[in-house]
Design a protein around this ligand. Structure first.
Ligand code: GTP
Ligand code: SPV
Ligand code: MN
Length: 614
């Protein structure tokens, strides 16, 4: 196991530049000497600073100011720079086995040299912005800080929304707090006579992570997940390694508080792969009377055991970088209300009266639009007006369902962990794990149909354990071992119950079997009832065993008033044993590819096979 080696051995040895001392000033000076910007600007995170940057970007043609939406803007990316690039995402750990077989590993020294070469002069003709930021409330017990250097004002304005940008971060670092240095360049230097383009980027891209020195170097892309380095690069890839070393968890999860008609409160953390429904569940408006949901986070959760042995969770972000297509008043009215003002939209369509539009915003498309590429568009154009991975960037604080205590540094105790994916077949609407180890197995074996959030073929089935395949900064099987250890450390009376959900099962002709969205509250209510049963608050009458886990007992899932045909309900929970024996074989093959899968996870596969045997 990798936990026996000293992961801090090279904390002070930086990968690409070697500052004269550990200060931010020395590091900025070294990066500036390498990248050769025209100016260096230290950001303070103020509203004035953000507005100035936005105004400058409007003047420069990078942003379109939306006439119909207060203080809101549209950015159109270069058509090649629309999503995460997993093929150019690197984990540069000292030892290849620490990165594991599912990450692109590079030797840190070789990558350091390669990056030194591409970053040399990469900011010529541009401004280098220094962005000190906190992930989580500044100074909180679960929070962390970093400093991003970037030559993109779009990135600075987006970081203002997505993180807590503040000069106070620098004081914390001066006082000795650990910090993550993160360098970003669009990789498009300007000569004295060059004119800039709206979205500078480079065909050559690097999204490089140095887990031991806790550094990020990103080159060539302006897209969110590649460029807003506090987000996936720090809060997941680097933070997952910090969590492994320090005994906490950094996960690709939403976080909500559910309140039952009884007044009892439950905190749910749910991991679904990219573009598989986290933001939607985070902003759920329950259709079940008497239930309510408050939003705490929609993409990333950091969790730590507290003194009670409960798992305490915060959302380290301060905003939402959400998928636009499919977001409408019928599906996610809360998101629509969140987006009324102060939004940066990227790659959506522009209406003739200066507003935004995307597929699913309204049932009918407007007669005429300017599409995400800047071209004229009509409903007959035969192509989407908004890019399938077009996004909105908006402050969490302006979400109407945000919990009043959403930025409490202490976080909330997690009662249930939910894993999900996009599966047209096999995976039931909801199942409960038999215990923690089975829950880890459910997380480890998530597979999901690919979405537009990353490069690749949309719809293709791929394994995405814990929805962390693209985001874990170390070997996936070590991540599962870490989860097992975390379970052992928690107070058994506070141990979260674990569930698997699938909103995406399809029936004949490819129609959704489950209405989804607000109706998912019915599943959430069953989950809450099972949490009560696990804590002996109520008898465990709501569930029966299936080969895959505990499923709702007849009548326990409230489907009143849905008009759901009995055959559809049966199909949503149908377990095709032959298909599942095949799934078990695929899991076996997947484990073989990964190598040293923990015995306790392997034992769960054996147990599944035994349950599938008639
Ligand atoms: P990332 O930001 O990429 O991590 O994605 P996410 O997991 O937050 O996904 P999001 O909630 O933005 O949903 C992505 C797509 O799935 C949108 O087009 C939604 O409309 C659709 N979706 C979300 N929930 C449901 C559901 O319950 N049923 C169906 N059919 N579609 C859903
Ligand atoms: C995802 O792809 O899971 C996202 C968007 O949440 S990005 O921040 O680009 O990774
Ligand atoms: Mn995500």
């Amino acid at each position: 196991m990798s936990t026996t080696i000293d992961h801090h051995a090279s904390t002070t040895a930086r990968a690409v530049v070697v500052p004269t001392d550990g200060t931010v000033e020395a590091w900025v000076a070294e990066v500036a000497a390498l990248t050769q910007p025209d100016d260096v600007v230290w950001c303070d995170g103020s509203e004035v600073e953000k507005q100035r940057l936005l105004d400058e970007m409007v003047d420069a043609g990078t942003l379109v100011r939306l006439a119909k939406r207060e203080r809101s803007y549209l950015a159109r990316s270069h058509p090649s720079d629309v999503a995460r690039v997993e093929s150019r995402t690197f984990i540069c750990s000292e030892r290849q086995e620490d990165a594991g077989p599912t990450n692109n590993w590079r030797d840190p020294r070789l990558m350091g040299r390669e990056l030194h070469a591409v970053f040399a002069g990469s900011m010529r003709g541009r401004t280098l912005y220094v962005v000190p930021f906190s992930m989580g409330p500044l100074g909180g017990p679960i929070s962390q800080v970093g400093v991003e250097i970037t030559d993109s004002p779009y990135v600075v304005a987006s970081m203002h929304v997505m993180t807590r940008v503040s000069r106070d971060v620098l004081a914390l670092i001066d006082a000795g707090h650990e910090w993550v240095p993160a360098v970003h360049s669009v990789g498009a230097p300007l000569g004295p006579t060059d004119t800039d383009v709206a979205w500078p980027c480079n065909d050559t891209k690097y999204i490089a992570h140095f887990p031991e020195s806790r550094e990020v170097w990103s080159y060539g892309s302006g897209y969110g997940g590649n460029a807003l380095l506090g987000k996936k690069c720090f809060a997941l890839r680097i933070a997952s390694v910090m969590g492994r070393d320090e005994g906490w968890l950094a996960e690709h999860m939403l976080l909500v508080r559910v309140t039952a008609p009884t007044g009892r409160r439950y905190h749910l953390a749910a991991a679904f792969p990219s573009a598989c429904g986290k933001t939607n569940l985070a902003m759920l408006q329950p259709t079940l009377p008497g239930w309510s949901v408050e939003t705490l986070g929609d993409d990333i959760v950091w969790m730590r055991p507290d003194d009670d042995g409960a798992l305490r969770a915060i959302n380290p972000e301060a905003g939402f970088f959400g998928v636009a297509p499919g977001t409408g008043v019928d599906t996610n009215p809360t998101a629509i209300a969140t987006l009324e003002h102060d939004v940066i939209f990227t790659n959506v369509a522009l209406t003739d009266d200066g507003d935004v539009w995307w597929e699913g915003l309204t049932p009918e498309a407007p007669e005429h639009l300017v599409d995400w590429t800047g071209a004229d568009w009509t409903p007959g154009s035969g192509r989407p007006a908004a890019h399938p991975n077009s996004r909105f960037t908006v402050a969490a604080a302006q979400c109407p369902s945000i919990a009043p205590d959403w930025d409490d540094p202490a976080g909330v105790p997690v009662d249930a962990i939910v894993f999900g994916g996009r599966r047209a077949t096999n995976v039931p609407l909801v199942t409960q794990a038999f215990g923690w180890d089975h829950g880890v197995f459910l997380g480890a074996t998530i597979s999901s149909e690919r979405t537009a959030a990353a490069e690749g073929t949309v719809g293709e089935l791929r394994r995405d354990p814990f929805a962390m395949m693209p985001f874990c900064g170390y070997a996936m099987p070590d991540h599962w071992a870490h989860w097992l250890t975390m379970g052992d450390r928690l107070n058994p009376a506070r141990l979260p119950a674990v569930f698997q959900v699938n909103w995406f099962r399809k029936g004949a002709g490819g129609r959704w079997l489950w209405p989804g969205f607000g109706e998912n509250s019915r599943v959430v209510a069953w989950i809450a009832e099972q949490v009560d049963a696990a804590h002996h608050v109520r008898p465990d009458a709501g569930a029966v065993d299936s080969p895959l886990g505990r499923v709702p007992a007849p009548g326990a899932l409230d489907v009143d008033g849905l008009g759901l045909p009995a055959a559809d309900l049966a199909e949503l929970f149908h377990v095709d044993r032959a298909a599942w024996r095949h799934e078990a074989d695929l899991t076996e093959a997947f484990f073989a590819e990964l190598g040293h899968v923990p015995d306790r996870v392997r034992a769960q596969l054996d147990a599944l096979r035994a349950r599938l045997t008639p």
